[in-house]
Design a protein around this ligand. Structure first.
Ligand SMILES: *Cc1c(COP(=O)(O)O)cnc(C)c1O
Length: 417
């Protein structure tokens, strides 16, 4: 790719048009930085299994077994959609109702485990139910974990940290919704509001944590977050197999993955490409205003690019995706594996919140509806993919309070008038 590609993509984005960037499917190539391996993912899977009883106890929901899993659903048939459109229902994940219950909670558990081992709360091989004891809580209460977020990551890490009685310091960018901050405060987390964007909030949170000695979970550079998300790949491949769907190069799986900083879609891409190679096509989806991953890909895919430098403003109602600059770690790990990117106007995400609710009773936030909204623009660009298996990853929304959800539905109604 050349700078010319970024010029063309940038002009389309600045004009506010739904924009598609694609290249031929790939499964190999360059990767740099500290590589993540499948052994890391297997290790993470075993860790999640060790924590399962503790999570089930700390988050008592009817019948929940402590496994962080979501359903694979069929989207209702419609003439303007591909015949086989599936939903990976992460909007309904346990604990936090967003994809952050994978990466964010995993990164937190990894830290909890480290503290518990260092402080002698458990020894390797012990039953991790001990981590929910009053004695463990007294130890955890001496430790502070900090995180920066546009909302969902802070919400998830804060919630999980408080469940173990660890102290939590959550730095929220100006995008974060009031209800998430209020819920965290009720749980005893310290919420620090910053009147700036995600990238600056990460820098400030990192500094504050360094000054105070808190452990900072860094959304831009954390391997743990990435690995936590990567776990989802084997889960969905097993679910596809359960439906006798085996993606092939001729009839691939096209996965639509909402992208903020890139950790969630990047981790999933890592896992899917490792297992399926060219039989999976990974498409990252962003709001136009925050299309930092598309800008980086159009500029060659090696270096992060700020949307401000492309003349965009990062102002989107898709708070989960309001990130001006993609993670360099993600570009290093999987930048070469991303097959496509779709950037959408906010109105299309709002439209799909309404449509997915009316057609399938999916309670999605705009960031999650982006995955569905990307399908038609992508197929317009790649009509030969019509017979593929299409998979929209709905990354959040089930915990939206009624007034929040209804406000988005009303916005959709007004748009249609
Ligand atoms: C965080 C988030 C994403 C994207 O994850 P990144 O790791 O930031 O790319 C997508 N959808 C929702 C709802 C999110 O909260």
């Amino acid at each position: 790719m050349t700078a010319g590609s970024l010029d063309r993509i940038g002009a389309s984005l600045r004009a506010g048009r739904a924009t598609v960037w694609t290249r031929e499917p790939t499964d190999a190539g360059r990767g740099s930085g500290v590589p993540v391996t499948l052994a890391d993912v297997a290790d993470a899977s075993a860790r999640m299994e060790r924590f399962r009883p503790a999570l089930a106890k700390l988050f008592p929901a009817s019948g929940w077994d402590g496994r962080v899993r979501s359903a694979l659903l069929d989207y209702p048939v419609s003439p303007d959609l591909p015949a086989r459109l599936l939903i990976k229902a992460d909007h309904a994940l346990p604990m936090t109702g967003s994809v952050k219950a994978r990466g964010g909670v995993y990164a937190l558990l990894r830290h909890v485990e480290q503290v518990a081992l260092d402080e002698g709360v458990v020894r390797p091989g012990d039953d991790y139910l001990m981590l929910t004891s009053p004695a463990a809580a007294r130890v955890f209460a001496r430790h502070v974990v900090a995180v920066s977020s546009t909302g969902n990551l802070g919400f998830s890490i804060g919630l999980a940290a408080r469940a173990f009685r660890m102290r939590a310091q959550v730095h929220m960018s100006r995008d974060a919704k009031a209800w998430k901050k209020e819920r965290l405060v009720r749980l005893g987390a310290q919420v620090v509001e910053h009147d700036c964007d995600f990238t600056e909030t990460v820098a400030r949170g990192r500094e504050a944590a360094a000054r105070s000695g808190a452990a900072f979970i860094d959304d831009e550079t954390s391997r743990e977050l990435f690995i936590g998300y990567a776990l989802a790949a084997d889960e969905v491949i097993a679910q596809l197999a359960g439906r006798s769907i085996t993606p092939t190069v001729a009839r691939p799986l096209v996965a639509y993955l909402p992208c903020g900083v890139g950790g969630a879609p990047g981790g999933v891409t890592f896992g899917l490409k490792a297992r399926l190679g060219k039989a999976v096509v990974c498409v990252f989806v962003e709001p136009i205003a925050s299309a930092g991953m598309m800008a980086a890909l159009a500029a060659g895919g090696r270096r992060a690019v700020s949307v401000y430098d492309v003349g965009l403003d990062n102002d989107t109602l898709a708070d989960g995706l309001a990130v001006p600059t993609a993670s360099q770690l993600v570009l290093d790990q999987v930048g070469h594996l991303i097959d496509g990117a779709v950037a959408l106007p906010d109105a299309m995400m709002v439209e799909w919140v309404g449509r997915a609710w009316r057609a399938a009773e999916l309670r999605l936030e705009p960031s999650a509806a982006a995955s569905l909204a990307a399908v038609i623009p992508y197929l317009n660009d790649r009509p030969e993919m019509a017979n593929a298996t299409h998979l929209a990853w709905t990354t959040g929304g089930s915990l939206l309070p009624d007034p929040e959800f209804e406000a988005i539905l009303q916005q959709d109604c007004r748009q249609r008038e």
